[in-house]
Design a binder for this molecule. Structure first.
Ligand SMILES: Nc1ncnc2c1ncn2[C@@H]1O[C@H](COP(=O)(O)OP(=O)(O)OP(=O)(O)O)[C@@H](O)[C@H]1O
Ligand SMILES: [Mg+2]
Length: 365
């Protein structure tokens, strides 16, 4: 079955144009409609509020779009105003932004090694995304790597599994994604460093929907700390909404945990379609690192068949490592610990040490 040799990962799928996220991204990509010019003789027309629905997908705003969108008020410096149109010169509007961007590039270019960013994603709930994010992160840390975990799920399970109550968290990823707070301000230090979730993260998708470049908020926030870590491990919610899109846009690799009992091929194809869309529109570099069979009960025929089906469909994208069922995985989070800390010598802990070895052998860091 080609199981022992890991071929180059080249699984590609047709993009399903009817997928809701394809439609959503297409809709978001539509250009900003022309806004009527300010009425003649108007002394101080109030700038019209931006229309969130028609905002462009990224912050790469064209000169023409800016000219059309922002009317000029009388209080602005006359030299910066185009005499013919009476609007602010595009160069005046765009120049400071470009300057800032150049500085950002220069700042991020010293010979510091940037973190490998791994998103753990599957829109199906309860497949061990959070368990895998934490335990693999701790396994990397045990091997001497510097690791940051990001809890991008409003349920806050990753935050809880490090003994932090998301209901009592004051500053969280909500503030980072919505209010541009530096991510360093919300990182707490436990077994690994963790950027915490709070209950209000549930409102982040709606609050972010009016932001330009909303799907790049996490990617931008990570630039601040990217040189400080070898791995950034992002736990995502069980959906393909804006939070997960932020994770996939910031990521270099995606690990897809799959519960062998309730295998959903349709769900996996849908995830691949979404990823292909992210590759085409937002992040060409992201790729699937591997599909991870979890909660495996090797004694049952059904579980064996489920793994075979995975391998037949996804070939060497399926990890060789297997995460078997163990009660310790349910016990450890209650103690606010990873399985590697809760019972370091257990076979449950070793499943994730094996996975860490496999990921490292595949060329990460
Ligand atoms: N290998 C395992 N054996 C037994 N139980 C496990 C295993 N892995 C995870 N679990 C348990 O299964 C439940 C779901 O796991 P987890 O929370 O990691 O899934 P998830 O994909 O993050 O869920 P959600 O989609 O809700 O975020 C948890 O109670 C967890 O402790
Ligand atoms: Mg989870």
């Amino acid at each position: 079955m080609g199981f022992l040799s890991r071929k180059p990962k080249s699984a590609s799928v047709e993009v399903d144009d009817t997928h809701p996220i394809v439609e959503e991204l297409k809709r978001m990509e539509e250009a900003v409609p022309e806004r009527p010019a300010p009425a003649q003789g108007s002394q101080n027309p109030a700038p019209a509020p931006a229309d969130p629905v028609s905002m462009p997908l990224t912050d790469e705003v064209s000169t023409e779009t800016v000219e059309k969108t922002l009317p000029v008020t009388k209080t602005e410096d006359a030299e910066k105003v185009d005499e013919e149109s009476g609007r602010m010169k595009a160069s005046e509007l765009i120049a400071p932004v470009r300057h800032e961007a150049t500085e950002e590039v220069l700042e991020s270019e010293p010979a510091v090694k940037h973190a490998e960013v791994i998103a753990f994603a599957n829109q199906k709930g309860g497949v061990a995304k959070t368990t895998t994010t934490l335990n693999l992160a701790v396994a990397f840390a045990e091997s001497g790597y510097r690791v940051l975990c990001i809890d991008l799920d409003p349920q806050g399970n990753l935050t809880m599994s490090q003994g932090i109550d998301p209901d009592k968290v004051e500053k969280s990823l909500y503030d980072v994604l919505v209010n541009d707070m530096p991510i360093s301000e919300i990182i707490q230090h436990r077994e690994i460093d963790i950027a915490v979730a709070s209950i209000d993260l549930a409102g982040a998708e709606i609050a972010m929907s009016t932001k330009i470049g909303r799907e790049r908020s996490l990617e931008k926030a990570l630039k601040e700390v990217s040189g400080d870590y070898d791995f950034v491990c992002i736990d995502t919610p069980p959906s393909l909404g804006l939070l997960t899109i932020n994770a996939l846009t910031a990521a270099t690799k995606v690990i897809v945990p799959v519960q062998c009992e309730y295998l959903s091929m349709r769900g996996l194809v849908q995830l691949q379609n979404t990823l292909k869309m992210i590759q085409e529109n937002l992040n060409p570099a992201v790729k699937i690192e591997g599909i991870l069979p979890t909660m495996l009960d090797a004694r049952t025929v059904h579980a064996k068949e489920a793994v075979e089906i995975l391998e037949e469909n996804f070939g060497d994208l399926v990890f060789k490592s297997r995460i078997r069922k163990a009660i310790k995985f349910a016990e450890a989070p209650v103690k606010g610990a990873s399985v590697l800390k809760y019972d370091s010598g257990s076979s449950a802990a070793n499943y994730y040490r094996e996975l860490a070895k496999e990921v490292l052998a595949n060329g990460s860091s």
